[in-house]
Design a protein around this ligand. Sequence first.
Ligand code: PMV
Length: 344
Amino acid sequence: MNPNEQIIKVQTQAPSNIAIVKYWGKKGLQLPANPSMSFTLSKALTEMEVSYEPGQHNLKITFLFEGRPQPTFHPKLYSFLEKLQMDYPILNTGQLYISSKNTFPHSSGIASSASSMAALANAIYEILEKMGHVNPDKKNTISRMARLGSGSACRSTSLGWNLWGQTDLINIASDEYAISVNSMINPIFESIHDSILVIRTGAKPVSSTTGHQLMENHPYKEARIKQANENMKRLYDALRNGDFNDFSEVCEEEAMSLHALMMSSRPGYTLLDPSTLEVIRRLKEFRSEQRVPVTFTLDAGPNLHILYPDSHKKAVQLFIMIYLRPFCEDNQVIHDQISFPTLM
Ligand code: PMV
């Protein structure tokens, strides 16, 4: 075998993330209609082994998920690689073996597309680097690559708080990739917890891809873009000032607006479950009675992310385990926390 044609093997991992200001609606080549901001999780990871064997034939992908072939993922993977081939024609040929596993259960309310596309972008970047494609702008390049796989994945290539999309708040913010905003975060948000209540598992009746598409002709499209930009400013200030009350207001407005946008799409749909609403009601009651700083957000599904500072971990987790856990499918609760670089 020609030494240039040796198999290149890499191992990577990436965390999932949860958005506070939500990306909902896109334009162009996977560019966001509005800016979004999220933090990465510490327990919810995708771990990946990727090998690339150079060759003359058109690129062939073999994908294993948790040790088993998963051809259903092939269309998404080929379409991702096609986008990368525009910048890296070397990936037009050869063979890519991808073996992936997650440290969290499937459809539990944790975005596996974010962690898996970020892990794959890390892997492909490392492979390209080993083949001599050095890029001076490594961090942004990997985030940009991940974005082409799944929009929210661009916020999973760097630990902590990440902002994706142009905003007047920060002039280096970009629609092309996410930037880290860790340096401006107040310490109380550097160790924020996220307990995920798995209300219901199972495939979503309407995918996020369809949800994004429905935003194109949505009656509230312009209002949504305006709201997200305003909420980004409110969130930015709350994170800088360490103001948990303001943070909670933005969190909940964004979570409810995301689902309201789904309900008011044409055609409308809902991913919420009656238990999601009951759990929210009980959480608010607990907050006002006990005066505990706690809030929630939702991703595109019925499962609830309960967010609270480290100082109130004991009280919130006790409340969850006694009063909210019975609403979860098979009593599943995942107590996770931000993966902030200085915490790791
Ligand atoms: O990255 P996608 O295309 O799966 O979209 C994700 C959209 C939300 O998870 C609902 C919000 C977000 O910003 O992560």
